[in-house]
Design a protein around this ligand. Structure first.
Ligand SMILES: Nc1nc2c(c(=O)[nH]1)N[C@H]1C(S)=C(S)[C@@H](COP(=O)(O)O)O[C@H]1N2
Ligand SMILES: [Mo]
Length: 524
């Protein structure tokens, strides 16, 4: 009997498995080795970051809209699936020719290396993890392909030309080889975790950091800043619940003792600022509602916190901008940048170089040790986390991260209001229905919120007290005698200048969503 016939006819899955296991070795060992280098030296992280950088605005928006803060998990899963498929193909190629298989691995490794090198703040030595991982991955591929070949070419048990066990033995060897690479990968993954733990020095530095007292503290919150409506965001968003949006796949870990801010460009006095120098300045506190440009109408990419920091106005006074400058380009340690109009940072609004969030040092994900927060501007043009560089320049000379990807170069926040309770499509008992939500118009303040049931008249909602023009206000409206059937509710706000919220519907790209939030619900 010709046994090779049946082997040829069936899918050569052993080779595909060999490819996938080799890729597992490559990525996990590179990841572990990257523990000794910068975080962007891990090839999977670098590749993911590079993909994020090339993500067009509409796709970013789609991913955030669909997955919210889980957009990165989605990216990693997609990457994992694509990488596994590619690795399987590499294994199949290696079946035909080990040379071609190896060449393919080297080609993919070159892509990984290129993405490591395009990260800001990486140097040539950051290629070491990718290089070593590639060597180990290639060795695994050679070994497993060899074992796979033996296990499929060994004569079938019972054939006249070989002892009974020959094929079984070869299969066992392949299985052992595969198991070996999986064990190696698990050990490497464990080592990565351990190394991460060791590099938690920054987390420890954060915990040890006592925030200095503010020179200008916010007054105690007025009564009624929170209407305590069930289902509505608290006035202060707890740090753990604060939305997080950034392009960083691994959160930058910056030792505050090593942090330096460079202030330069079109200024009379260029200077650098250390963390200790920043701590010794006259810090101020300010309540401010941060908003993401990607927030859709009714969305939750918005949060309110008490920030502690040094006014950027004062910092720029020290630098003395030259005539003609109209923008400050702030850059983070991981390469993100934002373009903020110079006038916004020098007028009397409380734009801060912030170190504290709700009476704690900034959480690592929210920019530790230092970030910017600017009243009235979307985060992508103002709220640079892990900020290390401020360049005074001109809009015509420099372009920020998201602007090169199709978003507007300026991003004033559009007045907005939303219904948070009841939820969309809620089915409610007859009688009293409590409506509640939030509204914001940073730098101007909210003066009125109105709700309309179906196509009825606009009804004025009760408002929480004003804390600052830069924070949201909660609103509440009780509908007594709700009639059964299906209904809609629409909300709209008016700011302190008497301007009505725009009802013109706009998507988030390129400069923020607009339109009145409306939802459907029914009464039993
Ligand atoms: N370094 C860095 N800073 C950044 C970003 C980023 O991607 N990288 N994203 C900005 C955007 S789009 C927003 S909306 C805010 C969000 O801040 P948060 O994550 O603390 O809520 O951070 C801004 N600062
Ligand atoms: Mo954003």
């Amino acid at each position: 009997m010709d046994t090779s016939n049946s082997a040829r006819a069936s899918f050569p899955w052993r080779y595909a498995v060999a490819g996938v296991c080799s890729a597992l070795v490559l990525f996990t060992t590179a990841q572990a080795i990257s523990g000794f280098f910068s975080s962007a030296s891990a090839p999977m992280v670098a590749l993911g970051s590079t993909i994020i950088d090339f993500t067009p605005a509409w796709l970013k928006d789609w991913a955030i809209g669909l997955f919210g803060t889980n957009d990165k998990l989605f990216l990693f899963i997609t990457l994992g699936v694509v990488a596994a498929a590619l690795a399987g193909i590499v294994g199949l190629v290696a079946k035909r020719s080990m040379m071609a298989g190896s060449a393919l691995v080297l080609l993919l490794a070159a892509v990984l290396a290129a993405s490591v090198m395009t990260r800001s703040s990486t140097t040539l030595t950051d290629l070491v993890p990718t290089a070593l991982g590639t060597v180990l991955g290639l060795s695994a591929l050679r070994l497993l392909t060899h074992l796979a070949r033996k296990s499929s070419s060994a004569p079938e048990a019972g054939s006249a030309s070989a002892p009974d066990s020959s094929r079984a033995t070869a299969r066992r060897h392949f299985l052992l080889g595969t198991a070996g690479t999986v064990v190696l990968s698990v050990i490497a993954a464990g080592a990565s975790q351990a190394l991460r733990g060791a590099s938690n020095a920054v987390e420890a530095a954060r915990s040890a950091l006592g925030l200095p007292a503010a020179k200008v503290t916010v007054p105690e919150l007025p009564k009624g800043e929170d209407l305590n409506t069930v289902g509505v965001s608290r006035f202060i968003t707890p740090n753990e619940e604060f939305y997080r949006i950034d392009t960083a796949l691994s959160v930058p870990r910056i030792d505050p003792q090593e942090w330096v801010l460079k202030v330069h460009g079109m200024v009379e006095n260029e200077f650098t600022l250390t963390f200790d120098e920043l701590l010794s300045k006259d810090l101020v506190e300010h309540y401010l509602t941060l908003t993401c440009v990607s927030n859709p109408v009714g969305g939750d990419l918005v949060g309110n916190a008490k920030w502690l920091g040094y006014p950027l106005r004062e910092l720029l006074k020290q630098a003395v901008p030259l005539p003609g400058a109209d923008m400050v380009l702030s850059t983070s340690q991981d390469g993100f940048s934002a373009s903020t109009p110079l006038e916004v940072l020098t007028d009397n609004r409380e734009a801060l170089l912030a170190i504290g969030m709700n009476d704690e040092p900034l959480p690592l994900e929210h920019g530790f040790p230092v970030r910017m927060v600017v009243p009235g501007l979307y985060g992508y043009v103002s709220a640079t986390k892990w900020v290390v560089d401020l360049e005074v320049t001109r809009f015509q000379d420099k372009t920020a991260y998201w602007t090169t990807r199709g978003w507007s170069e300026r991003g004033p926040i559009k007045m907005s209001s939303r219904i948070e309770t009841p939820r969309s499509f809620a089915n409610l008992p007859a009688g009293k229905v409590v409506f509640g939500g939030t509204a914001w118009a940073q730098t101007t303040g909210i003066a009125r919120v109105e709700l309309r049931i179906d196509d009825g008249p606009w009804q004025e909602a009760e408002l929480s007290s004003t804390v600052s023009a830069d924070t949201w206000r909660q609103w509440r409206y009780e509908w007594n005698g709700a009639t059964s059937g299906s209904h809609s509710a629409t909300v709209r706000a008016t700011d302190a200048n008497g301007e009505l919220q725009a009802d013109e519907v706009a998507p988030p790209a390129p400069d923020g969503s607009s339109g009145w939030h409306r939802l459907q619900f029914s009464i039993q």
